[in-house]
Write a protein that binds this ligand. Sequence first.
Ligand code: MOS
Length: 756
Amino acid sequence: MTVTGKPIDRIDGRLKVTGAAKYAAEFNQPRMAYAFPVCSTIAKGTITAIDQSAASSSAGVITVLTHKNAARLKAVNPAEQRNAGIIVIGEDLPPLQDNKVHYYGQFVAVVVAETYEQARRAAALVEITYAKEKPASDLKTELPKGYLPQKNFGQDVQINTGKAAAPLAAAPVKFEQTYTTPTEHHHPMEPHAAVAVWESSDKLTLYETTQSVMNSRAIAAYFLDLKPENVRVISPFMGGGFGGKGIYLQPVLAAMAAQAAKRPVKLSLTRQMMVTNVGRRCETNQKIALGAGSDGKLTVIRHHSDVYTNVSAYLEPCGSPTQTLYNAPLREITYKVARLNLGTPTFMRAPGKTPGTFALESAMDEMSYEMKIDPIEFRTLNHATNDPLTKHPFSSEYLRECYKIGAEKFGWSNRKSEPRSIRDGKYLVGYGMAAATYGGIRNAATARVQMSANGDVKVMTAASDLGTGTYTVLTQTAADALGLPIERITVEIGDSNLPPAPPAFGSMTVASVNPAVLAACEMLRKDLMGLAMADAKSKLSGRRAEEIAFADAKFFVRGDSSKSDSYADIMRRNSKTMLEACATTVPVSGTPAAPCMVAPAASEENSDNKKYSFHSFGAQFAEVRVDEDLGIVRVRRFTSVHDVGRIMNEKTARSQIIGGVIFGIGQALMEETLHDKRWANPVTRSFADYHVPANLDVPPIDVYFINKPDPHISPIGARGVGEIGITGVGAAIANAVFNATGKRIRDLPIMPDKLL
Ligand code: MOS
């Protein structure tokens, strides 16, 4: 009778389709004013003069903030920020602090007015004079002046520098190619927005669309120099995030505006600002070299990535899939970063893994052709059963099963390896596949559960639901742990006043938060059962815990359900109006729950973390149809098989993979942010010119899960789904295009001009 794993509907689905779910920009306040930013019209230079007289006297204007009169924020200081609990910020550039411009569209002023229209009108009247400089806009041109990054989130990034050259030269079979991917943008359905309310001079409430209320709280507290407990961030629902939400400082800008206006202020970004002010995936230029023996076994893999950033230290970790896939004895993974005057690169839909698997998995396909081995066979031959770098075994790993199931379901045996072998009328048909990979990330989390007098239960934790199903899977875990129907569980998330949970980054929510909810529910259940066992009026009186089972909101003696005691009766007889339990779980398999506390960082003492390498794996299969006359590629069907540990909800998990595959179709065939290199400004600034897959671009997508619990990640065994869905999709499609046409496209997206 358990509900975990069942494909139940999203419990917030009805709220969303009826409009009852409240999003950040909908938290209107009494006396609320509206802020509209002024964006730089140059990409590099200095502000020499600001004339705000026309804006200030425009109808409804309350105040105009520029670097001259804006509040001074605390300076960027990564070490201090970490101490203050900031997990990550999107760019090292607090708004309105000086007269320097680093990229086109940078916020250079903000107008606050009575209405949105008045603020927007007045923003257009702010006259800014710039001393322009020539912006750095081209990756290849600027690369020689770039730098070699050493660390990314504490991990060494330059691996075995210089070690690959000799073994490659000596390899009987060698392959080397360059793959390029363009700048891409997030574009969640819900643009970034914040409503800032100063409750008093040192107490702030932010309604914000964020992937982490805790990170947002830490950011606001740090930069505005407030006590963290005096900042409350509320974000019950989100219209997507994809890596770009909860790390930018526009909520701080809203708070600065509210402070100056002495009113609550709403700041919501336009779709155009989503292209300049809230992160992006940078362009990548990746060189892959493979060396193999004549037996088809790889001896060496080299993966070098050229990427860019601006004033921030972000690194797109393209080499990360090459850390975990394939058994070559030697791998060299290196990076070089150019500094450009473009919007800030940041996390986006499987950072690094998405462009990285395009390069690596295209190269693996090319090498399989060179060696005349079937691509699945070639991958299986080089399969890594242990983490190739740490040598630790994977905590659980079923990649070869993914290949096998995918090949069967997709009908891989119908593939003809010779390109241009299959035609369907005037179309060329091709099959392609690729491996998928993503880290199995788990972090500390705290959850509190409360049972009310009638036995209903509330679950509280500061997790976030990007729209992917956090409310639903937490409900399922609590329902099973307490023997309650899902209707009797309420989940409260998205509020920084709740017990701390990790951010909804890195596909870590399910793996991190569900164990905390499970532990808290088990504590509550034991406490409640203890009350019954100690109560002479209970039919469970004098029984031992092992004799007692639970279901349907009651305890009963195993094998004799007539001897039962309902939760409501136990609460009533003990005069309890509320029973509460709270647990913090850290990523140590099987660790007992600690008492409620602030979530510590992932434990270094984690024995399983030291013994195992935690990763998810998958296999992606695409069939494409290519119109040679027009150069148009259509994905005709897609099969996606994943090993992500235990599946908590078959429906929401499937939907996440379908979403990921659709992202991948966008990556392969459409998505591309273009800049005018003279001025370093984006020319793809709306959905009219930034193309994403729409209904007719998306074929039937078949999703399968291995669904074997990971015995080491947590007692639940779920590694989470999320980002793995997009990884490998770009390569699977590009490989299918080659199989169809004989043309190898190494530069995404695969637009018609590249095939003609
Ligand atoms: Mo994800 S790009 O780590 O939000």
